[in-house]
Design a binder for this molecule. Structure first.
Ligand code: ZN
Length: 359
């Protein structure tokens, strides 16, 4: 390969690029790390960076071209100088694959100084990062890693600025309040090992996941109708059947992708109300709910729901199933939800995810 002189081509041709692609498939295929188009990975060198494109799925990294070249050093310098850089303006030759642009979280990757950065919506991390007592638990479990622990900050530029204020080469882990996890390293293998080390520690620190089979009778027929079918996620079925977990879930939304890919407010049937009656009652602006939870019975999802919505329903169940129902939790405030829904970049990502053929 004649890659001399172009740091982007040199990175792209490197063994580490192939390793990053392989690990992207692994973490993208793990629903406890990544749901749908969430999560992103990057590799830097010589001022250059390749980062996942917006709206694409990490799980597709092995079969589709989903990485975009970005001038990371220039982007980081503008961030550090207090500017408001737009990642799309930093795309470098050879350019993004057709129709794609850098992830809305590109600035997070530029803000971290390490060579490899992995960002996931790890459910164990989120299950702690929505709790009032979560920071103390995170500090205890990750003490040796001197983690950066941020409160909820609006994704995009505000979050990147908050992260950059604390980022340093000796702090490879960041927990983003009501959002997820960032793990970094000098090599793809090192970063991946650290990701699963951190996730494993946090999985052991959260409440044991609610077991679907222990939470009540199975009434699958009640979850089928002309417009609906049962959600595939066992954890969300278990949440619907556990009154205390269902009450906890209803206090959300707790994290941005729930707001973007599902209705922000959970639509819950009344006791003994059947699925279609509930769906009609819970229809807003002519839109039947994507998800309907039947207390004590289970959760149904629209038959025409996108794969992203199904993945998010699973993520929601996996998070709530790991939170003790008596825990004090912090939901996103109404103003934060509105900010997420009005955000053009998120709408763009949502649109791509509804049309997987474009991925
Ligand atoms: Zn994220």
């Amino acid at each position: 390969m004649t890659s001399t002189g172009n740091p982007f081509q040199a990175l792209r041709d490197s063994a580490d690029f192939a390793r990053l692609r392989d690990l992207s498939v692994r973490i993208g295929s793990d629903p406890l790390q990544v749901q749908g188009a969430g999560g992103n990975t990057s590799l830097k060198g010589g001022g250059a960076m390749w980062v996942k494109a917006s709206g694409t799925w990490l799980a597709d990294a092995g079969t589709k071209d989903i990485m975009v070249p970005v001038r990371a050093a220039d982007l980081a310098a503008e961030l550090a100088a207090g500017g408001e850089p737009e990642a799309a303006a930093f795309v470098a030759p050879p350019g993004a694959p057709k129709g794609l642009r850098p992830s809305i979280e590109t600035t997070l990757h530029a803000a971290m100084p390490q060579r490899v950065v992995l960002h996931t919506h790890c459910v164990a991390t989120i299950a702690l990062a929505i709790r009032e007592d979560g920071t103390a638990i995170l500090r205890r479990e990750l003490a040796d890693l001197n983690p950066i622990i941020l409160p909820y900050v609006m994704p995009g530029l505000p979050l990147a600025q908050a992260l950059m204020a604390e980022a340093s080469p000796d702090r490879p882990v960041a927990v983003l309040g009501n959002h997820g996890l960032i793990v970094a390293g000098d090599s793809p293998g090192g970063a991946e090992a650290l990701l699963f080390d951190v996730s494993g520690r946090l999985e052991r620190a959260v409440a044991p996941p609610l077991a679907a089979e222990a939470t009540g009778p199975d009434s699958p027929n009640a979850l089928f109708s002309s417009r609906y079918r049962p959600v595939e996620a066992a954890a969300l079925q278990a949440v619907a059947r556990s009154p205390r977990h269902l009450a906890l879930a209803a206090r959300g939304p707790f994290f941005p992708d729930h707001v973007v890919f599902l209705e922000p407010d959970l639509r819950i049937a009344d006791e003994n109300e059947d699925l279609e009656t509930a769906a009609d009652r819970l229809t807003r602006d002519g839109q039947a709910p994507t998800l309907v939870l039947l207390p004590g019975v289970g959760a149904a999802i629209r038959r025409d729901a996108s794969p992203a919505a199904e993945a998010m329903a699973r993520g929601l169940g996996d998070v709530i199933a790991r939170v003790p129902p008596e825990a004090s939790v912090q939901a996103l405030a109404p103003a934060e939800v509105a900010e997420l829904l009005g955000w053009d970049a998120e709408k763009y990502r949502h649109g791509l995810s509804l049309a997987p053929s474009q991925g």
